[in-house]
Design a protein around this ligand. Structure first.
Ligand SMILES: Cc1cc2nc3c(=O)[nH]c(=O)nc-3n(C[C@H](O)[C@H](O)[C@H](O)COP(=O)(O)O)c2cc1C
Length: 174
């Protein structure tokens, strides 16, 4: 479709959560903020995440074949989202700045500001252009505490949060 005919307001009505996706490469750990994540199958349970090809987390997921998803709570501070969503692990060690535990896959499970954690083994990866869609089979899951999950719309409308251009939901806004 011609980009000039694309109405971003229609795309912005799609709803998402907000997650920390983590992975590892040997002993090295990294993660990013992701809204493009969802459950896509049951029995076995499978998750799909869309990850920008330029990010360090992308490299780690390709190399390890594993990722973890930590579900952010609504009260997550903007500084925390900024750390994972606007900085690259190529420049800083993000995991040294937050509380986490290692999962069975070796991926870090972020416990700070998160309600639940899931780990998955990649069973398919699809090149969707700027991003790779990783589909993973869930190998572990745990609820950390009760609470309200952060949604993308809450982040945008209530917290006035921004979205970087390497997110699939970026629509050219400042
Ligand atoms: C609200 C928000 C949503 C985002 N959603 C995604 C996403 O779905 N996929 C993605 O690849 N990056 C997304 N990003 C961008 C990454 O979190 C960001 O590029 C990060 O700095 C990459 O880090 P890395 O190089 O350490 O992997 C999002 C960022 C924010 C703030």
């Amino acid at each position: 479709m011609d980009e000039s005919k694309l109405d971003n307001r229609a795309l912005m009505m799609l709803t998402y959560g907000l997650y920390v996706i983590t992975s590892h490469y040997g002993d090295k750990l990294n993660g990013l903020i992701c809204d493009a994540a969802m459950q896509v199958a049951r029995n076995p349970a499978r998750l799909a995440i869309s990850i920008n090809k330029t990010g360090l987390t992308h490299d780690y997921i390709v190399q390890s074949g594993e990722f973890a998803l930590s579900i952010l709570e609504e009260s997550t501070p903007m500084t925390f989202i900024g750390l994972f969503g606007f900085r690259s692990g190529r420049d800083i060690d993000k995991l040294s700045q937050v509380a986490f535990k290692k999962g069975v896959s070796g991926c870090p499970l972020v416990t700070e500001h998160c309600l639940a954690v899931l780990e998955a083994t990649v069973c398919q990866q699809v090149d969707v252009g700027s991003h790779t869609l990783f589909i993973g089979e869930v190998i572990s899951s745990e609820v950390l505490k009760e609470g309200t999950p952060m949604t993308y719309i809450y982040y945008r409308q209530q917290l006035k949060g921004k979205t970087p251009s390497n997110s699939p939901t970026y629509s050219g806004e400042k």
